[in-house]
Write a protein that binds this ligand. Structure first.
Ligand SMILES: Cc1cc2nc3c(=O)[nH]c(=O)nc-3n(C[C@H](O)[C@H](O)[C@H](O)COP(=O)(O)OP(=O)(O)OC[C@H]3O[C@@H](n4cnc5c(N)ncnc54)[C@H](O)[C@@H]3O)c2cc1C
Length: 304
């Protein structure tokens, strides 16, 4: 990174929100990953627009992250600028049955605010540990619900830092994907359309889903949730278990014994351990059942 770029960034970002050589292990739920050259905790949409326009103009690589709950960052880190959209951009406003949510708001908090206003439709997301931006990108879902069902529109920035409003039909939502997986857009705000319900019933549904998660998922370990997408006609976890891989380990990465669809960090995994375990699981499942498992987890950087 040139001195000019660094100087520009320093003019725009307060020192406490500008982290240099920052270990990505601190910002991902897998708790692995080497250092980012620079990590900026974004404080406002205006700041983000200026940064994106400038970095774009210079073809300076950058990576946008939310809560890091679906990321596997290489042990070699990320050479460029990480723009973290979190609690500096987490405003939520409610207008009738609509909620306008900034990208950095956590789903658990948005779901709880929806319940407070007796708004139903977001219960499925209460236990997903992502930000609204990450959930839109991934079309996050659980228990028959997914973001595409409740999104009215999404405001994004393009590469020039210009705002564009995309309605649901232009979002190209699919199973754990959206247009933003293929285009360099940054989610800044989302309008959700929910419906009136009963606060107690909404809270009960959220609690029920969260209890199911606690019973079935290895939440006591670092992970990125389900490692693989569900292959059509199968369940990834069952295929992995039937391939004899329950508890299988490479270094500190393990196929969870509680839920074989999760690869967990049992304490001291490297990103490389997790990467290799993903590849090994894919290979064994393919050999045994001729099914291709596609990772849901997004891999960033170079692996060996
Ligand atoms: C214990 C556990 C349980 C989970 N359960 C579920 C589940 O039930 N259902 C489910 O779908 N997922 C689940 N996940 C995975 C994860 O929480 C979701 O995919 C979540 O939506 C990711 O959000 P995030 O903010 O953490 O995104 P990140 O992991 O930070 O980023 C994910 C992707 O989105 C991009 N991105 C993030 N924010 C923005 C933005 N504002 N603009 C543009 N791009 C952006 C990143 O570049 C990256 O490509 C689980 C994860 C864990 C750890």
């Amino acid at each position: 990174m040139t001195e000019t770029v660094e100087r520009f960034i320093r003019q725009l970002v307060a020192p406490e929100h500008l982290l240099q050589e920052e270990p990505m292990a601190k910002h991902t739920t897998f708790r692995v990953g080497g250092a980012a050259d620079i990590l900026i905790r974004i404080q406002s949409e205006d700041q983000l627009i200026k940064l994106v326009a400038y970095l774009g103009q210079l073809h300076q690589p950058y990576l946008v992250i939310g809560n890091g709950s679906n990321l596997l960052v290489s042990d070699r880190g990320y050479h460029g600028v990480v723009l973290q959209i979190g609690d500096g951009m987490n405003t939520v406003t409610v207008d009738g049955e609509r909620m306008c949510v900034q990208a950095g708001a956590l789903l658990s908090s948005v779901a709880s605010q929806a319940a407070q206003h007796a708004l139903s439709g977001l219960e499925f997301a209460a236990g997903i540990p992502g930000s609204m931006g990450g959930a839109i990108v991934m079309n996050a879902g659980a228990y028959e619900g997914e973001m595409s069902q409740i999104v009215e529109s999404v405001t994004v920035l393009n590469e020039q830092g210009e705002r564009m409003v995309l309605d649901r039909d232009t979002m190209e939502f699919g199973y754990r994907t959206s247009i933003i997986r293929n285009r360099p857009f940054i989610v800044v705000e989302t309008v959700l359309r929910l419906h009136k319900g009963d606060e107690q019933e909404i809270r009960a549904r959220m609690e029920d889903f969260n209890a199911k998660r606690r019973a079935k998922q290895p939440l006591e370990y670092a992970s990125a949730g389900s490692t693989f997408k569900r292959p059509e006609g199968y369940y990834a976890g069952k295929l992995i278990m039937d391939a004899g891989l329950r508890g299988y380990r490479i270094g500190g990465a393990q196929v969870s014994e509680k839920h074989c669809g999760f690869i967990i960090n049992v304490g001291n995994a490297s990103a490389q351990d997790i990467y290799e375990l993903i590849a090994e699981v894919q290979e064994k499942v393919k050999q045994r059942f001729h099914v291709e498992l596609e990772p849901e987890v997004i891999r960033i950087g170079d692996f060996l």
